[in-house]
Design a protein around this ligand. Structure first.
Ligand SMILES: [Zn+2]
Length: 175
């Protein structure tokens, strides 16, 4: 392998490390990597290309994420870089990492269940697997919950209330 290739490889892995510190503007408990938004990092002659798949089409956070990503890469001295958007296949909550699901629950947001039923459930939550229909309370783990509203603070979340501890909580909707 050429020295130049090695340098490019080091640049790409350094970029991944930086991207793990870029937080989602709407759910600052998780990084853009935890959410599975960053699909690829490619080193080329013109610099780094960061390939992103937006969570929801028309999500206003996408532009913020793009500029946050470029600012972080620049600040780390890894620029020049540009962002390209890959819209197919569409993002799914199944791409949220196990680490990301743990962070969501710690933040008080019930993580989404798996859309693909064949996929291994990456997190056991208070000792049980997450169920898509009735998310467990992120505070006490009770499965006795009711939906208050289809939309929470953002369109990607629904508002629930725990019937055991009576606390309202948000559920990251599986898509
Ligand atoms: Zn509860």
């Amino acid at each position: 392998m050429h020295a130049a290739d090695l340098a490019q490889e080091a640049r790409v892995s350094a970029a991944w490390k930086v991207l793990h510190t870029v937080l989602d503007p709407e759910v600052p408990a998780v990084s853009v990597c935890d959410l599975g938004i960053v699909r690829d990092v490619v080193a080329g002659e013109a610099g780094l290309e960061i390939v992103l798949t937006p969570t929801y089409s028309g999500c206003p956070a996408t532009e913020v994420i793009e500029s946050d990503v470029l600012a972080a890469i620049d600040a780390a001295g890894l620029g020049p870089a540009r962002v390209s958007l890959r819209r197919a296949p569409a993002w799914t909550t199944d791409w949220i990492s196990a680490e990301g699901r743990r962070k969501l629950a710690q933040y008080g947001i019930a993580p989404p269940g798996m859309v693909d039923k064949d996929a291994a459930v990456p997190i056991r939550f208070f000792g049980r697997s997450m169920n898509i229909a009735t998310p467990a309370c992120p505070r006490c783990g009770s499965a006795q919950t009711e939906r208050l509203s289809a939309f929470g603070a953002t369109a990607c979340k629904a508002l629930y209330r725990c019937l055991a501890c009576r606390e309202p909580f948000e559920h990251f909707k599986p898509i």
